[in-house]
Structure formats: C-alpha cells, structure tokens
Design a protein around this ligand. Structure first.
Ligand code: 5GP
Ligand code: ZN
Length: 152
C-alpha cells in the first residue's frame, strides 16, 4: 500500500515536470515566490503605478534609473517577477538571470558609461539586511561614468 502511494507520488511529480517542460513560461514562475507583491515599490514601478525613468523593458525584465544615483550613470535591472532577493533564486530562474546579466553591459553603454577598459561599470546586488538591501525585490545596480562618484 505504502509502495503504491510512493509510486503514485513519483508519477504525479513526473507529470508535473513534463507539464513544466512543455510550458516553459510556467516553469519561470514555478517557484513559490509571488508573481507580484502589491506592497512592493518595484512591482508598482513595473506596473506603472509609480513613475520611473525607463531604460529597458521586455516581457520578463525592466530597467530604470535609480532615484538616488551614486554615480553619473546609475540604473537598476530587475525581473518583472517578484523575487525578493538573490537568496531566493533557483535553477528555474537561470535563463532569466542570464538574460539580466547579458543586458548589463549593453544598457551600460547605451546609458553613457565609457567603454572598457578605461571606462566600465560596477554591477552590485545587495542581498538581505546585512548585505545592505533596502528594497526586497531582486535588483542589480549598474553604476558607471567618470569618477569621483558620490558612493561606491
Ligand atoms: P538597495 O539598497 O535595496 O540595494 O537599493 C535600492 C535602490 O532603489 C536604492 O538605490 C534607491 O535609491 C532605489 N529606489 C528606492 N525607491 C525608488 C523609487 O521609487 N524609484 C527609483 N527609481 N528608485 C528607487
Ligand atoms: Zn516586487
């Protein structure tokens, strides 16, 4: 009886995995993270409820200028999905994170950082309170431009 139950569980897991493989859009959102959080500032920015200076947008990713810049160029790259921080990312977010990373150098140049190697930029993601995170929606800071900077 117990064996039969285990086999049924395995079957259910297998079917769910197949379903997710077939529906890659579902796989992206399969973590028990909320799709959006109504109390989250960055979810509100993605939804256009709080205005922002947009740098980039596609179906999964949004980028906008930081309201309190530390450097001549300072913008944030965020997933539209409400992932609280890097502490919550998993294998199902791999493609999304890869796309965010690949966007950083492109958008940095687009927003006016000087080219590598004399120019360049910093890519920072604060994680958790001791990591200096204030807004708990995953974001990567992209900072660049001629020094000195205010901070960083
Ligand atoms: P953290 O400290 O969490 O890594 O960074 C959060 C960043 O979000 C800060 O640099 C802060 O200036 C920025 N920020 C907070 N609220 C807003 C906002 O309403 N609009 C924009 N554009 N940036 C914000
Ligand atoms: Zn959010």
């Amino acid at each position: 009886m117990k064996l039969a139950k285990i086999k049924l569980d395995d079957l259910a897991r297998h079917c769910l995995a197949r379903h997710r493989e077939e529906r890659s859009d579902v796989a992206i959102h399969s973590k028990p993270t909320m799709h959006t959080d109504p109390n989250c500032i960055f979810c509100k920015i993605v939804a256009g409820k709080i205005p922002s200076k947009k740098v980039y947008e596609d179906e999964e990713i949004f980028a906008f200028h930081d309201i309190n810049p530390w450097a001549p160029v300072h913008f944030l790259i965020i997933p539209k999905l409400h992932i609280p921080s890097m502490a919550q990312v998993g294998p199902e977010h791999q493609a999304l994170l890869g796309r965010m990373l690949l966007l950083a150098p492109k958008l940095a140049l687009q927003e006016g950082v000087n080219p590598y190697p004399e120019g360049g930029f910093r890519l920072v993601t604060n994680t958790g309170t001791e990591g200096g995170q204030e807004v708990h929606h995953l974001h990567w800071h992209v900072m660049g431009g001629p020094r000195p900077w205010l901070r960083g």
